[in-house]
Design a protein around this ligand. Structure first.
Ligand SMILES: [Zn+2]
Length: 251
């Protein structure tokens, strides 16, 4: 709780990242959450890891040990055999109660627009997960508007555009959200002026905060807390949207 708001950080990672060399533990995450007054975090594997299964087990153990603070997300390289992909998504849901499935087109090379990616969105839907998709850096497959195709194919599925397209493609992300009511925008890396532009077109109950990395926590939380908008809008962005999207995570 910070300044009277319940805070749900919808974008964090623990584990060891092969692409960046970064390492961050569950204990460090919980320590930083306490420091910044964050009530709950969605914890996602880094996009490139030594073992996906071990990355899920690390997050799963943390989620089971701290069910009141952490929710889990799976992240699986999509070009493994499809039955293995589907089995691992199901295992994450059944064993650890994960609430989301992450696609990282920058490192996974999967085009969300293509029917060839249907299996990923179907696996999420079958396991009552939302899909979190990185957007922004890593074109062309990380263009936010590509998410409009799966959003239209699977209207019951919630798709989160992580980073809201970044500074360069924020309007592309806004278009996707305006035309697809099941697309939600996660605002990490946007400057406050861009967040206000987004809020002018997309309701606050489809926007959510995310830090991505611990160094960003102060800035990402502060930029929403200090926005010149109504507390009701801040309430949704800071936590209520994520509670709704990651169904049951805040029960
Ligand atoms: Zn991330």
């Amino acid at each position: 709780m910070k300044h009277g708001f319940r805070i749900f950080d919808s974008h964090t990672h623990i584990g060891t990242a092969r692409h960046s060399g970064r390492s961050y533990s569950a204990d460090e995450l919980l320590r930083d959450m306490d420091r910044y007054g964050i009530d709950r975090s969605l914890v996602i594997p880094f996009p490139v890891v030594e073992s996906v299964r071990e990355a899920h087990e690390l997050i799963g153990r943390a989620v089971l040990a701290h069910p009141d603070r952490l929710s889990g997300s799976a992240c699986i390289h999509p070009y493994i055999p499809e039955p293995e992909f589907r089995d691992e998504v199901r295992r994450c849901r059944e064993v650890y109660g994960f609430r989301a499935l992450k696609l990282q087109p920058q490192y996974h090379g999967l085009n969300p627009f293509s029917k060839a990616s249907n299996f990923l969105f179907e696996a999420a839907l079958e396991n009552k997960m939302a899909v979190v998709c990185h957007t922004g850096s890593g074109l062309p497959f990380s263009l936010p508007s590509l998410l409009m195709m799966p959003a239209r194919r699977y209207p019951e599925l919630t798709i989160i555009a992580a980073h809201c397209g970044g500074a360069m493609f924020v309007h592309d992300a806004m278009l996707a959200a305006v035309f697809c009511p099941n697309i939600v925008l996660e605002l990490s890396s946007l400057m406050p002026n861009s967040v206000l532009e987004v809020l002018a077109e997309v309701p606050a109950d489809r926007l959510m905060i995310g830090s991505d990395l611990p160094e960003n926590l102060d800035v990402e939380m502060g930029k929403i807390l200090t926005l010149p908008v109504a507390d009701e809008q801040k309430k949704w962005i800071l936590g209520a949207t994520a509670c709704r999207v990651f169904d049951g995570a805040c029960a």
